[in-house]
Design a protein around this ligand. Structure first.
Ligand code: ATP
Ligand code: MG
Length: 396
């Protein structure tokens, strides 16, 4: 057998740890971070900064912080400024302040013992090392809420009041605190909270057009030319958008869809691959939902499944589905329902989350309704519906 070509050019570009060189739609936030920390390049040791970075899941907090960290490090290196950016995921260390600070010390002292010292001692050691090295550091504490949960106000207070306890000495340690939301800070006492909430950068959820830009960039890096059509990117963006604008979800979906395409030796990522990919993440049509559908709703849905099984398209005009539906009605000896009725079925199935519908303006015929089947593989849906239609006879 001739080995088929993979749809992937470089899968690693879809890896969760990959930090892209460009972060579309986060330019403003990147500028803000640079401004907040511009003193590090101009007059390090003169001041320290604390910034909170918040935003929902997959809005790019981690990517933004690491991207910024890499940039400022290379700028500092060019200017021969002694500087380190250290990014620690607090949850990975179960929120333990001592372990987290140990990571920071290791940036300069890789052999510093992991055990035997309390958090306060490790913090003192970190400051001492920074003094010895005459360096400054930005410590980014990702998923900071887990540190708050574990260690409470006391730890936050220690971190944030650090510089005040070192009056008259060079300022060496700045922070970026990263959290999905500020809920965790509610459990802090007033003084800890007020020292924390200085500068806040909030990342808003991505809209669909923004997700399209982000995903298109990633497609160009990870997939062979022509392996992923614009329509497929559109479909994935739509799905990521309905998952709270989560870019990670979209990227993972692209990767899984690519895997399905390769498994099928398809050569390109077809919409059906995306549906297979999402059905492996999200449960498909539940049996109870299927049971609640009337005969003509099932015939209509079966028409949708047949249409998408036979056509490699993301969207279908309702009038196209109607034709397939008419053929099916004949097969089952039923009189076809009106266009309006089908439109109602489409609306109902959209409410159930089985279909998506949108109104598009066609050039010649005014507005048309388009239907897509975002999450359930057409083959799977056809099988389920055919089974249920034979079992239940042909009664409505
Ligand atoms: N603007 C963007 N441009 C390119 N890629 C992005 C952008 N925003 C997010 N991503 C990518 O989306 C994925 C999720 O982003 P990231 O991990 O930064 O989210 P997060 O806000 O830290 O989420 P969580 O709260 O779950 O930790 C990553 O692979 C990241 O590279
Ligand atoms: Mg993150």
């Amino acid at each position: 057998m001739v080995p088929n070509q993979s749809v992937f050019k470089d899968e690693s570009k879809l890896d969760i740890n990959y930090i892209p060189q460009k972060l579309p739609h986060r330019e403003k936030e990147q500028r803000l971070l640079s401004e907040f920390f511009s003193f590090i390049l101009r007059c390090p040791e003169r001041m320290a900064q604390r910034v909170i970075l918040t935003g929902d899941v997959g809005t790019g907090k981690t990517a933004l912080a690491q991207h910024f960290g890499a940039n400022i490090t290379s700028e500092a290196n060019k200017r021969r400024i002694k500087f380190r950016y250290v990014h620690v995921n607090c949850r990975e260390f179960r929120g333990s302040l001592q372990t987290i600070l140990h990571r920071a010390v290791m940036a300069f002292r890789p052999n510093y013992p992991a055990r035997g010292y309390g958090a306060e001692e490790v913090l003192a050691a970190l400051m001492q090392v920074l003094d010895e090295e005459e360096a400054t550091m930005i410590l980014a504490l990702d998923e900071f809420d887990s540190l708050i949960e574990k260690e409470g106000s006391d730890a936050v207070y220690k971190l944030t009041r650090l510089q005040e306890m070192r009056q008259g000495k060079p300022q060496r340690l700045s922070f970026i605190f990263i959290m999905r939301n500020l809920d965790a800070t509610a459990q802090l006492d007033e003084s800890a909270r007020s020292t924390l909430q200085r500068s806040i950068i909030s990342l808003t959820r991505y809209g669909k057009p923004q997700l399209i830009d982000i995903l298109s960039d990633r497609v160009a890096l990870a997939f062979e030319l022509g392996a992923v059509s614009e329509d497929v990117v559109d479909l994935v963006a739509e799905l990521a958008y309905s998952e709270t604008g989560n870019a990670r979800f979209g990227i993972e979906l692209l990767w899984r869809a690519g895997k399905y395409a390769d498994a099928e030796n398809a050569g390109v990522v077809e919409p059906e691959c995306v549906r297979l990919a999402i059905s492996s993440i999200v449960p498909s049509l539940r049996r109870s939902e299927l049971a609640s559908l009337g005969l003509h709703e099932r015939l209509f849905l079966l028409a949708v499944a047949r249409y998408f099984k036979e056509n490699e398209e993301v969207y279908a005009a309702l009038t196209e589905i109607e034709k397939t539906y008419a053929v099916l009605c004949e097969e089952y000896g039923e009189t076809a329902n009106s266009h309006t009725q089908l439109w109602n079925y489409a609306q109902y199935l959209t409410k159930l989350g089985v279909l998506r519908t949108e109104v598009a303006s066609a050039e010649t015929r005014g507005r048309t309704t388009r239907v897509s089947l975002p999450t359930i593989p057409a083959v799977e849906l056809e099988r389920q519906l055919s089974d249920s239609l034979t079992q239940n006879g042909r009664r409505d």
